[in-house]
Design a binder for this molecule. Sequence first.
Ligand code: ADP
Length: 286
Amino acid sequence: MVSKMGALEHSKINEKTEMPYYKPIGNEVELFERAFRHQLPVLIKGPTGCGKTRFVTYMAAQLNRPLYTVACHDDLTAADLVGRHLIGHESTYWSDGPLTRAVRDGAICYLDEVVEARKDTTVVLHPLTDDRRILPIERTNERLQAPPEFMLVVSYNPGYQNLLKGMKPSTRQRFVALRFNYPTPSVEQEILIGETDIDENLAQRLVNLTNALRQLKDHDIEEAASTRLLIYAATLIKHGFDPVEACRAALVEPLTDDMETVEALMEVVLATFGTRQQITEKINPK
Ligand code: ADP
């Protein structure tokens, strides 16, 4: 009964926010629009930092719907999504969770990394994701009928999955699914320029470097460098930080704790951005 709402990370963006920058990769914009129009829930799968959240934010703005985003984690309960009774001054009162609010507002509800949430959490999604489109709230004895504008979007990263955390077929078969991946080099270059305003030459070198790093599969790297990290590197360099050190901080250290792997990745970085002095120091350490 007692609130844990403070612990729940969710945010609402409303329709008055300006249009976020999003560079379409394939037919995802049209597919999402059609899913919205026909009241179909959408599942987006793809590696971390490849643009899933930005895409949903952009689509919410395009469709002029408020967006409720919930970052799912393994403590997330059904009550965190639906709502709970809170203790007030004199009595308890009901407080909607983000899913309930999204249904009432005819909003888009985006559950990021949905496979992290506890299994009982996904059960509350079932009656909302078939043609009934209802949200039963046991505690208040309500049965909310979702308006046509309500849309449920979930995402997960297939790379993190393990047998226990995979999404059950009975849940996943309720969604239209979109697969995201890192963009092609020319598109990623455009995104990099769009996001950080760096010059074309630097963007090209950074994208080539990131793709070279992504090829290094034999090392202790769980997941390749994301577009998000590439943007961090570009931001540091644009504002005057040494390119080699910017790449170390943004494109190498976040990927691994293993020193040998760091060294191997840094060789690729030095080959692209190293000054003569940095390369000499590497060959003949003091
Ligand atoms: P995730 O897939 O983890 O949700 P995000 O949507 O947060 O990733 O993407 C990380 C960052 O990459 C975004 O903040 C944005 O700067 C950039 N990005 C990735 N793809 C695109 C794209 N197609 N258009 C514009 N920005 C993008």
